[in-house]
Ligand binder design. Sequence first.
Ligand SMILES: [Zn+2]
Length: 344
Amino acid sequence: MKEPIEQRIDRLHAGGVIDMHFDLPMDLYEKRDRRNVLETEFLPEFEAGNISVVGAAIYIEDRYLPQNGLRVALDQIARLYAETAASERFAICKGYREIQEGRETGRIAFLITMEGVEPLGTDLNQLRVFYELGVRSIGLTHARTNSAGHGGIFAVSGSPREGLTGFGREVVRECETLGVIIDLAHINPAGFGEILSITTKPPIVSHTNIRRYYDIERNISDEQIKMIGGRGGVIGVNSILVSPREEESTMDRYVDHIEHVANLIGIDGVGIGFDFFEFIYQQWPESRQKELAAKFTKPHFIPDLTNHSHAQNLTRRLIERGFSDVDIEKILRGNWLRIFKELL
Ligand SMILES: [Zn+2]
């Protein structure tokens, strides 16, 4: 007898789902006067989607820079710790074993990540401090230039042609020494190649899209995808940049990105980095939404993939598109777990 699709989805989700990029700490920081934000606002959606590991990204908005980058980053981590301590359902994990233990005890694991090294300034000692606080994955830049390098811009061409700065190279080397994953999301093309030339471990791109469907330098080309695949790395597919056109920002297009990466480098090279952002975007006044669109691009939210409670919708579409159980489990968690096991 054929297994009903909903039962098959439940079975595939039973081992959990890993999302390697979520702007959670910045939202907890903005809501720092409230308590139990994690349990009341996030837990229901995590539970509904069977989310097991979340890459919780420290990101510093322009309005806090340059003076307050370090302070806001520390406060974001403080809120994540305080909120996690107030709940039985979460754990901040610093290694593969802790992630597995978290799963066994029914907790959702946070892996603290950093998107842009602005909090470090130009001080490598701060990297050691953030490592001790639990940061286990670092992307050198967001779109803007900082002390480590340059971001890829939200346009077909025109990103700075230079690679990393001397400090950026030091950060990369120190991350490899400490056991921090290097995340190539956002870095400009020159920096991308340079990072790969000075690292030896499998690289990741935590949340990105492919230029074939959305041709901007913030996203990655086929050549870059092959470079990641050649090194045994994993690419997390982003949900908010699947197409420059709103009407093409659909679940099927999201799966197209997954399929394209898998066709180029095999199913072992693709994971999830949803980058759900609508909940933050909706909190902003229209003026700030417009500012974001002018500075980067207007995000297009996929209607049935806007938050973690929608994860089953993705699995359902992967099944409908003919992905096997083994492949789906690799996409949902297996490939990221392999990276954690090898690097953390
Ligand atoms: Zn990002």
